[in-house]
Design a protein around this ligand. Structure first.
Ligand code: GSH
Length: 211
């Protein structure tokens, strides 16, 4: 079927974010669960994503990898779901801004934080994120300004930024500032997020049962 949606994922991965996005979109999709050590590094999957990483999304003959790109792609491919301001709309400015901020500076800052890498002050100028505190303060300000990041409605930018914050707080990489917790609480109670969590938890249980 030409327009079939297939999510390549593992329930213990950023694929959870892509699944939440698919649940928000509400179109039927198939899930292919990949194992970190075998199928994810096998030729069939490397032909889809040579990085050997999940998630990836196939939509007909199109393939998109990178979680933020998957979210942005789905929002545009299914505009009826209302998950992005329309192309050309001024709200695309904050929408793109925070999606890219989370996929770039925020992701890099969190990863370095997890590795214990601290940017020497004299190198902050050449680091896209400057320093970790600067990134967190900037995000705290952004999520404190309103309910959502791009206008009055929830968008794929909230889904992606919120997930990074939520998972970051869960794994202890991001401090639990009240603004982050309130924002994440608001987003993570959405029915699509709860459905996605349930589906991934069922996959985890299945993997455990299979040993
Ligand atoms: N930049 C990618 C990162 C994807 C990524 O690192 N995925 C991890 C799981 S969360 C993975 O597949 N790791 C397997 C490996 O590298 O072997 C994205 O945003 O989707």
């Amino acid at each position: 079927m030409a327009d079939e949606l297939i999510l390549y994922t593992n329930p213990m991965s950023r694929g959870r974010i892509a699944r939440w996005m698919l649940e928000e979109v509400g179109q039927p999709y198939k899930t292919e669960v990949l194992d970190y050590t075998s199928t994810m590094k096998g030729p069939a999957y490397l032909a889809i994503n040579p990085m050997g990483k999940v998630p990836a999304l196939r939509h007909g003959d199109a393939v998109v990898t990178e979680t933020a790109a998957i979210c942005a792609y789905l929002a545009d491919a299914f505009p009826q779901a209302g998950l992005a301001p329309p192309p050309g709309h001024r709200l695309r400015a904050p929408y793109y801004r925070w999606l890219f901020f989370a996929a770039g500076p925020f992701e890099a800052a969190s990863s370095n934080k997890a590795l214990g890498v601290v940017v020497p002050p004299e190198r902050e100028r050449m680091m896209g994120y400057g320093n970790f505190a600067l990134v967190l303060n900037t995000l705290e300000d952004a999520v404190s300004r309103g309910h959502y990041l791009a206008g009055d409605g929830f968008s794929a930018a909230d889904l992606y930024v919120g997930s990074q914050l939520g998972f970051g707080m869960m794994f202890g990489m991001i401090e639990k500032r009240p603004a982050f917790e309130q924002y994440w609480q608001r987003l993570s109670n959405r029915p699509a997020c709860l459905r996605a969590r349930e589906l991934d938890e069922a996959q985890v249980a299945q993997q455990k049962a299979a040993g």
